[in-house]
Design a protein around this ligand. Sequence first.
Ligand code: CMC
Length: 431
Amino acid sequence: MKDSGRTAEISIGGENYSFPILSGTTGPDVIDVRKLYASTGFFTFDPGFTSTASCESSITYIDGEAGMLQYRGYPIEELAEHSHFLEVCFLLLYGDLPSASQLEDFMSRVTNHTMVHEQMRNFFNGFRRDAHPMAIITGVMGAMSAFYHDSIDINDPVQREIASIRMIAKVPTIVAMAYKYSVGQPFCYPRNDLDYTSNFLRMCFEVPAEAYPENKALSRAMDRIFILHADHEQNASTSTVRLAGSSGANPFACIAAGIACLWGPSHGGANQACLEMLLEIGTTDRISEFIKRAKDPDDPFRLMGFGHRVYKNFDPRAKVMKESADEVLSVVDSGRKPTLQIAKELERIALEDEYFVSRRLYPNVDFYSGVILDALGFPTAMFTPIFALSRTVGWISQWKEMIAEPMQKIGRPRQLFVGPVERRYLPLHQR
Ligand code: CMC
């Protein structure tokens, strides 16, 4: 960050205070209020962090007005078209696209860590078969710190690196094991002759009785979903990871905290809700009925997969998802072509409707992703775990960035206290 040379003036009770305005490389400037309390005795009040930058970061940039998302300066559309997930992982972690030898080395390091400690298999048996896979993944990711003692010293950059590689390599294995456990099938070990994404699909869908044939088109669609979800700057789960990490907690515990936060329906769960809505609509002639409900202020129903806190334009991820949905349904007959038709028609009608236009409500990443995941063969309970798998690299990159930051401090928000002021303890018989 650099000092812009400008200041923000605040006047409180006749006293004037001046605060520096700092600039990043792009995006809104910030008023540096770090000395506000010391100089004025006031806090700022911003629940939901709608106007607060909690850190500086050089990883991901979003311009919600323009509908723009960039990882390390590269537009998401270009990465989705030309790159692949492990290359994007390298970019997010280290800041630049890799050379051929760097990529080969990185892929080999990830590939050689895909197996989980054999004793971790016993962990899964402790869960009920009907446990939500997110519950299992949260527990197993946190438990990694009990298995990999040699990579939990956060002050050692080598250990931080090993922990990062381990998590990126093992999260597909863990997510696939959670899925296998829920459907009562044997776990499937990773195969290192396959690429990252094909290996994940195989670990989910192969059974001892029948091999899962590799399908390049489906692997590519899965890989794009991984790329599109890999990072999204300081969202709720990423901020959770940073806050947990700011206390010095080990990296496995921090990522487990991020997974727990992602589980909430306002964050990682909307893709499931969107597919369920499209299935409920059922036929294109019922779309107007649902649009009418979404516009009715007395009806809590909202068009799932529409609208975003940051994007006030097309979510650029939704455009790529739409193309991918077309590609996947041309390869797989999931019986969902009518569902995709409904989604497209719903999008067309909503984007011509004054209600959605005036509120700048556009399709978001979740609008088409459920149709694709369903076509790939995943039940809805697996949609959020797949989001967690993809986002692991983003969480790790943000965590590493924070730990390496010299001015890093424990995260400790303040509050506006509205509870009772001091009162005297009364013995039980006097209350
Ligand atoms: N359908 C109908 N009306 C909507 C919708 C919608 N999907 N989204 C917002 N509105 C209306 C809302 O009723 C309000 O209208 P009014 O001004 O008349 O009261 C106006 O638009 C502004 O809404 P808001 O709730 O203030 O906007 P927000 O920024 O707080 O909410 C949101 C963002 C994503 C929670 C919301 O758009 C929503 O609930 N969308 C549906 C759920 C969804 O698809 N969530 C996934 C988000 S993308 C995931 C990710 O990036 O991690």
